[in-house]
Design a protein around this ligand. Structure first.
Ligand SMILES: *Cc1c(COP(=O)(O)O)cnc(C)c1O
Length: 380
């Protein structure tokens, strides 16, 4: 009840299952998926997505914050949960209470965790070139020393690629160097007789562009949700991934805009001819980028309609002049497919998250992860 009444997300879990299968079919037998369900599962809804993945047999997840891990546990999610980001000591109790695995972000952080007085499950992050988190890969003796801490139960070693989405020769060279630095650390640890830790370095593009590199896990986010980061991305490994998410809203009102009249905040849009405009119940607080003001499209009854004027916090205006019979309560699609049949004529069109991102001068990861809490999440 009350779902699909204002603005909502539809989750196609069959497509999620399909994407999981597609990716699994290209992984070597012993490599497993550790999906990134951070940022509310890229806006999809962390709990419904993690539950669906748990049912598909996924036992490992990664999140950005300890708080996210705690929420997953409270919802009954089983398996390993790796916190990829920094956790402040005040939040260490969350790691213990909810059995989360914390990333060791550098040597001083290893000391901090080890000195807290409780035993933590951790993965060691190695900085192979991104210069964000991780102990620098050339600090081998420092990394080795982490194994001497009694209070660190080290179950994994990982790194992160920063230009794996690019296939320019320079970026390929850089990525291959990152793999090499990672492998050097793994080899050195094994030579010292240190084993029993899982390894991972590839996220979506690390896997799709470098599928020949094999570790214990891959950490896919955007690809699992069936999207590319950019419309122009063509990864080396082309899997037919299917978008999981659709974004829709109701048309609340349909009204004329007379020639010479302007509409919306700032009166930035002026009608040059008799027009019909529709007010959709969705705005930038729901995650429609304000930069799409007079610069984007939605789908109504299977056809494209322009967004006109400034996007408001909770509403936006559409030019529906070309859609005869456009009416309040009509469904407007912002991401996904819209199909409509009238008088033996069928209209159908699709807007992908990648297209919205291009129009809003960002990447689909940002579009998706900024979709608001206020949206209903409807599992199909
Ligand atoms: C977000 C994130 C991922 C997932 O990235 P995608 O590009 O969406 O696949 C993997 N690893 C780390 C460390 C991340 O921060």
């Amino acid at each position: 009840m009350y779902q699909k009444t204002r603005a909502w997300i539809e989750l196609n879990m069959e497509n999620l299952a399909y994407n999981v299968e597609q990716m699994k079919s290209r992984l070597p037998g012993n490599c497993r998926l550790m999906p990134a369900v951070k940022a509310n599962a890229y806006g999809h809804g962390m709990i419904p997505v993690a539950k669906a993945l748990n049912k598909l047999g996924i036992r490992d997840f990664c999140v950005a914050a300890a708080k996210e891990g705690a929420e997953l546990r409270k919802a009954g999610i089983e398996g390993e949960i790796l916190v990829l980001g920094y956790t402040h000591p005040e939040a260490f109790p969350l790691l213990l209470k909810y059995d989360l695995t914390q990333t060791v972000v550098d040597a001083s952080y290893a000391r901090l965790l080890a000195g807290y007085g409780k035993k933590f499950k951790v993965h060691i992050s190695v900085d192979t070139g991104m210069r964000r988190l991780g102990e620098r890969s050339e600090h081998l003796s420092s990394i080795l020393s982490f194994w001497e801490y009694q209070n660190l139960a080290i179950t994994g070693l990982y790194s992160h690629l920063c230009v794996a989405d690019s296939l320019s020769p320079m970026d390929i060279q850089f990525t291959l160097m990152q793999f090499q630095r990672f492998d050097t650390i793994i080899d050195a640890l094994r030579q010292k007789g240190i084993n029993g830790f899982a390894t991972h370095i590839q996220s979506s593009y690390g896997f799709l562009n470098y599928p020949e590199f094999h570790y214990d896990y891959i950490r896919p986010g955007i690809a699992l949700y069936g999207c590319n980061s950019l419309l122009s991305d063509q990864p080396r490994l082309t899997l037919s991934l299917r978008p999981v998410l659709s974004l829709k809203a109701r048309l609340g009102s349909v009204r004329p805009l007379l020639p010479g009249e302007s509409a919306g905040y700032g009166l930035t849009y002026t009608a040059l001819r008799p027009m019909v405009i529709g007010t959709a119940s969705i705005g930038y607080a729901d995650g429609i980028p304000r930069s799409l003001s007079s610069n984007g499209y939605a789908l109504l009854r299977g056809r494209r309609v322009p967004i006109i004027g400034r996007i408001c916090m909770d509403q936006l205006l559409l030019d529906v002049t070309e859609i005869s019979d456009a009416a309040p309560m009509d469904e407007v699609v912002f991401i996904g497919r819209s199909s409509f049949t009238q008088d033996d004529q069928t209209f159908s069109d699709e807007i992908k998250a990648e297209e919205l991102a291009l129009q809003g001068q960002t990447i689909s990861n940002e579009i998706l992860s900024c979709l608001g809490e206020r949206l209903d999440r409807v599992v199909l």
